[in-house]
Design a protein around this ligand. Structure first.
Ligand code: ADP
Ligand code: ADP
Length: 226
């Protein structure tokens, strides 16, 4: 029961030009339903490239991305955008919330864009905020929230449309160690409760150890870490 399958992904930047760099050389990964996988990678190893390809933001040179058994890599831009908005949630090191909108609005907007009615979108947003302990801050703009609260809201936004796959790049990397720990626990609880398949890049081996397994991206391939 595989939610996300990456097969033979390759990617080279600046092909045939000065500075050519072969970042991915045959990346394979099966993310099973409900599984949380930690990805560790030295800086420059191609972590962002891999996450962007897995999340249908970028195209590989070769290889395929399958979500829920459907090969999505061959689809056109419009279909891939629609699939991304429905099936994939992203979390980054920095929250990237829209500064002029409230926490609640930041979580309702992606749902409205997906055709969810206003009331249902608000209910989903409030429920998510409640589950991460930030419901009391729903009407605040991001600038009025602490770093930990901002990231919690970013998690809610990523999950607003109930995606099947969560891709995260150092989701707590911008927080002090204690806050990072708590916020990470909140993220893992959401991942478990929503039954998500998650690929979470982190340098923090303590956090990585709380996931189901660990892989390392190095030399353009993914290898299991014992
Ligand atoms: P990471 O996230 O692991 O630091 P990236 O995927 O961002 O790695 O980048 C991997 C390598 O590819 C780096 O050497 C980077 O400089 C290079 N790179 C990334 N994006 C581009 C691009 N658009 N054009 C050229 N080189 C790139
Ligand atoms: P929206 O529905 O707001 O138009 P998109 O479908 O374009 O969003 O993107 C979905 C997610 O991917 C968003 O969380 C957005 O922050 C992120 N994203 C979009 N484009 C990029 C990009 N070029 N690099 C990194 N992240 C991106």
């Amino acid at each position: 029961d595989v939610t996300l399958r990456l097969k033979g992904l390759t990617k080279t930047y600046l092909k045939g030009k000065p500075g050519e760099v072969q970042v991915l050389r045959g990346v394979d990964l099966d993310l099973r339903a409900g599984e949380a996988v930690a990805m560790v990678a030295p800086s420059g190893a191609g972590k962002s490239t891999l996450l962007h390809i897995a999340g249908l933001l970028d195209m590989p040179d070769e290889g395929t991305v399958e979500i829920g058994g459907q090969n999505v890599s061959g689809e056109g831009d419009r279909t891939r955008t629609a699939l991304r908005r429905q099936d994939v949630g992203f979390v980054y090191q920095f929250h990237h919330l829209l500064p002029e909108f409230t926490a609640l609005e930041n979580i309702t907007l992606p749902q409205l864009a997906n055709g969810v009615p206003d009331k249902a979108a608000q209910a989903r947003a409030l429920d998510l905020l409640d589950r991460v302990g930030v419901a009391a801050r729903a009407s605040h703009r991001p600038a009025a929230l602490s770093g930990g609260e901002q990231q919690r809201v970013a998690f809610c936004r990523a999950l607003a449309n109930a995606p099947r796959v969560l891709l995260a790049d150092e989701p707590t990397g911008n927080l002090d160690p204690e806050t990072s720990d708590q916020v990470f626990d909140t993220l893992m609880k959401l991942v478990r409760d929503e039954g998500l398949s998650a690929l979470i890049a982190t340098h923090n081996l303590d956090l990585a150890a709380r996931m189901d397994r660990m892989v390392r991206l190095e030399g353009g391939v993914l290898r299991p870490v014992a």
